[in-house]
Design a protein around this ligand. Sequence first.
Ligand code: GTB
Length: 217
Amino acid sequence: MTPTITAFAHSPDGGRGLARDMRVRWALEEAGQPYSVRYLSFADLKEPGYYAQHPFGQIPSYEEGDLVLFESGAIVLHIAQQHAQLLPEDPNARARGIAWMFAALNSIEPPIWEWTMATVLESDQSWYEQRQHILQERVRARLEQFSRRLGQADWIEDQFSVSDLLVITVLRILKESTLLAEYPNLSAYVARGEARPAFKRAFAAQFAAFTGQVPAD
Ligand code: GTB
């Protein structure tokens, strides 16, 4: 059955693949799973019908027959569980892979997201520069730790997996800042992820939707 995901009709990320449907699109492309997209406005997200599908009225959601899912991490895990190339079958390797998925969303993303939101929402505050410094140091601390863990390896484990997919989508939030460039191995890791054909297809699809080249379903 072809799954349907939801995405922004007019993404505030400007087609840079930063909205969280990108993770799901990339996972589906890696899995070779065709999908369709339902494009929603901000007003559509807060309609009662959509709340029945997503309790927080956000994108992305995922529908596959009777199954309705929300939370990009849970959706990506669901996809990965059906495709051995995305998550190893060996139980210990699979558990480690899932731990890294949680790490991406619970340990790496929070300081990055907090810093990003501050740059967008707080720049007119008198304490902006001082808080920016604190938030940037928190981001650097996490990047430093992950940079040490990754070292010169291509991927977190021997093979690319959905753990890399989530960590890379999180690190991409920093692409336009100087923070990621301070860690050449992490910049190279992100570039390796972006060079994957499945990433390119997912990026092109969300970009085409942003530029209006794809009609909404
Ligand atoms: N934890 C949830 C998940 O991972 O699925 C979070 C989902 C989420 O934050 N969705 C956002 C949303 O629907 C879009 S992705 N927001 C609308 C609302 O809450 O009403 C977050 C996002 C937004 C904008 C950019 N950007 O402009 O670059 C990047 C990412």
